[in-house]
Design a protein around this ligand. Structure first.
Ligand code: ATP
Ligand code: MG
Length: 467
C-alpha cells in the first residue's frame, strides 16, 4: 500500500487553504497538488523514496544542506499542470510562492474564443502551412480529434471507440498525410505550450519567468501502459516543453487522472473529510472513466492511503455522442449524408454538447421532448422520433438510451468493482466522488444515487468545467 501525502505538499501544510477559491478549477488545480510533487518528480538529483513528503519550510534547520538548496530551487520554480484530455484540455500554473497563498492560476483565455473557459477543445486542423487548434477550429471543417486515444495500441482500445467516426477520420487523415500520432499530439501540445508561456509572461509582466525552473505535470489515464506514457513524454519533448532553458532543466512528471481528480475533490470537501472515511474517486471524462479508492488516513493535514488500485475504461462522454449520432442517422436515413457538415456540427455542438447532453436528467420524464435543429428536414411523423420541418424531436427516453449504451453501465461497473474490492478488504466505502465533465452530469449523479445512496454511500459531485 502506498501512503500518499495530499492536500498541500508538506512544506506548505501550515498555510490556510481557501478551498472556496478552488471551486470549479478541480481538474486543473489538482495537477498542482498531486503526490508527484515530491522532490524526485520535480527534478531533484537525489533519489528520495517515492512519495516521501518534502521537508517543511519552517523546519529548514532539520534538513540537510542539500535539502536547503533544493528547497530554495523549488521556491524559484514554476509548476505548470497540463490536463491533456481526449475532448478538452486545460492548463494551470503557480510559482511555489503562489502555492503558499493557495493562489493557483487557471488559463481561461484561449485563441479563437472571446469568452472565459477553463478548458479548450482538444482538436487540430492543418490548414496549408498553418496549424489551427482548440477554439480556432470552426464548425465548417472536419477537425482531428480524440487523438489522445490513438496512443493506445489496437489491442488496448475497445472496438466501439475504435470505430468512432471522428477517430476513423483522424486516423485516416494522419495516415494519408504521413503524420504520426506522436507528431499530432506534439503539434497540439506545442500550440497549448506556446499559449501557456505567452499567458504566464503577460501575467507576470516585469517579474518575468526566465529565471524560474519549470516543473511540468501532465495527466494520464489510470490504465495507460508504459508505452503510452513514453509516447506522451516523446510528444512533450517534440513540442518543445523540455527544451533547454538557462534557468535549468525542465522536469516532466505524470499524474494519474483519478489521483488528480480525487485530491481536488477532497480539497473541495474541506472539513467534511474525516479520518477513516473511504472514498471511490470516479473521474468521468470524454474518453475514459477512471476510478481509484482511498482511505483518509488523516485530515490534518490530509493524508490518503490508496486501498484499491486504479482502474479505467473507454466509456467516457464520447460514447454518449456516438450513440446519439447513431440515433440521428438511423432516423434521418440516407439523407444524413446530404446535410452540410457545418449544419451537423452546429447541431452537435450548440444543441447537443452544450444543451441537451449536459442538462439531461430523468426527472423531466421519459416523454419530455428535446428537439435538435437540422435545416431542410421535411415533415415526417409516421414514426418516432418525430420530424417536423427543420427539427427532430427526441424524447427523454431516447437520450437516456444514449447515456446507457455504454457510458453509465461502464461507469457503474467500474465503481461496483472498486466497492467490492474495498469490501473484500473489510472496508466500507463512505462516499463516491464524481469528477470530470461526465462526472458533472445530473444524470450520472442520479444513477449513482439511485444505486448506492440506500447503502449509506454519499455521492459528491465536483463543480467541473468539463465542457
Ligand atoms: N454536465 C455534463 N453532462 C454530461 N456530459 C458532460 C457534462 N459536462 C461535460 N460533459 C462531457 O464530458 C466530456 C468532457 O469531460 P472532460 O473534459 O473531463 O474530458 P477529457 O479530459 O477531455 O477526457 P479524458 O479525461 O477522458 O481524456 C465531454 O464528452 C463532454 O460532453
Ligand atoms: Mg480528463
Amino acid at each position: 500500500m502506498v501512503l500518499v501525502e495530499r492536500g498541500l505538499p508538506n512544506h506548505v501544510t501550515n498555510t490556510k487553504i481557501d478551498t472556496a477559491s478552488l471551486k470549479g478549477k478541480e481538474d486543473l488545480t489538482s495537477l498542482l497538488w498531486g503526490p508527484e510533487l515530491t522532490p524526485e518528480t520535480i527534478g531533484a538529483s537525489r533519489r528520495i523514496e517515492h512519495r516521501e513528503p518534502l521537508p517543511k519550510i519552517s523546519n529548514l534547520d532539520a534538513t540537510t544542506n542539500h535539502d536547503r538548496t533544493r528547497i530554495k530551487g523549488l521556491h524559484e520554480g514554476l509548476i505548470i499542470g497540463i490536463d491533456f484530455g481526449t475532448t478538452y484540455s486545460g492548463v494551470s500554473w503557480a510559482t511555489l510562492a503562489d502555492f503558499q497563498h493557495a493562489s493557483i492560476n487557471v488559463i481561461t483565455k484561449w485563441p479563437g474564443s472571446d469568452s472565459d473557459r477553463a478548458k479548450v477543445p482538444t482538436r487540430l486542423f492543418y490548414e496549408n502551412s498553418e496549424i489551427l487548434w482548440g477554439f480556432q477550429v470552426t464548425n465548417d471543417v472536419v477537425p482531428l480529434q480524440y487523438f489522445k486515444l490513438l496512443l493506445l495500441r489496437e489491442g488496448d482500445i475497445e472496438d466501439k471507440v475504435g470505430e468512432s467516426m471522428e477517430l476513423s477520420h483522424t486516423k485516416r487523415t494522419l495516415r494519408d498525410n504521413g503524420i504520426t500520432t506522436e507528431d499530432c499530439i506534439a503539434d497540439y501540445l506545442r500550440a497549448i505550450w506556446k499559449h501557456t508561456l505567452e499567458t504566464i509572461r503577460q501575467a507576470r509582466a516585469k517579474r518575468g519567468i526566465e529565471a524560474l525552473t519549470f516543473h511540468v505535470v501532465l495527466t494520464v489515464p489510470a490504465t495507460w501502459k508504459d508505452y503510452a506514457r513514453n509516447a506522451m513524454k516523446r510528444a512533450a519533448s517534440k513540442a518543445g516543453i523540455l527544451d533547454y532553458r538557462t534557468a535549468g532543466q525542465t522536469s516532466l512528471a505524470f499524474v494519474s487522472e483519478p489521483e488528480a481528480a480525487g485530491l481536488a475533490a477532497l480539497v473541495d470537501r474541506g472539513d467534511y473529510v474525516e479520518s477513516g472515511d473511504v472514498f471511490v474517486v470516479c473521474d468521468a471524462g470524454g474518453g475514459t472513466v477512471d476510478v481509484i479508492t482511498y482511505i483518509v488516513a488523516d485530515n490534518q493535514p490530509l493524508q490518503l492511503e490508496e486501498v484499491v488500485e486504479s482502474d479505467g475504461s473507454l466509456c467516457g462522454g464520447i460514447s454518449i455522442d456516438e450513440a446519439f449520432i447513431s440515433q440521428c442517422k438511423n432516423r434521418v436515413g440516407r439523407n444524413w449524408s446530404h446535410f452540410r457538415r457545418a449544419d451537423i456540427m452546429t447541431m452537435l455542438t450548440k444543441e447537443w454538447e452544450y444543451g441537451i447532453k449536459p442538462r439531461y436528467t430523468e426527472r423531466n420524464g421519459p416523454d419530455n421532448y428535446l428537439r435538435v435543429m437540422l435545416p431542410d428536414l421535411k415533415m415526417d411523423v409516421s414514426r418516432k422520433a418525430h420530424i417536423k420541418p427543420g427539427y427532430i424531436y427526441f424524447t427523454g427516453s431516447d437520450i437516456r438510451k444514449a447515456f446507457h449504451t455504454k457510458a453509465v453501465p461502464g461507469l457503474l461497473k467500474l465503481v461496483d468493482t472498486q466497492l467490492s474490492q474495498a469490501h473484500n478488504k473489510g472496508l466500507n466505502v463512505t462516499g463516491i466522488l464524481l469528477a470530470g465533465g461526465l462526472g458533472s452530469s445530473p444524470h450520472t449523479y442520479e444513477c449513482l444515487e439511485a444505486k448506492y445512496s440506500n447503502r449509506g454511500i454519499d455521492i459528491h459531485q465536483s463543480v467541473a468545467d468539463g465542457a
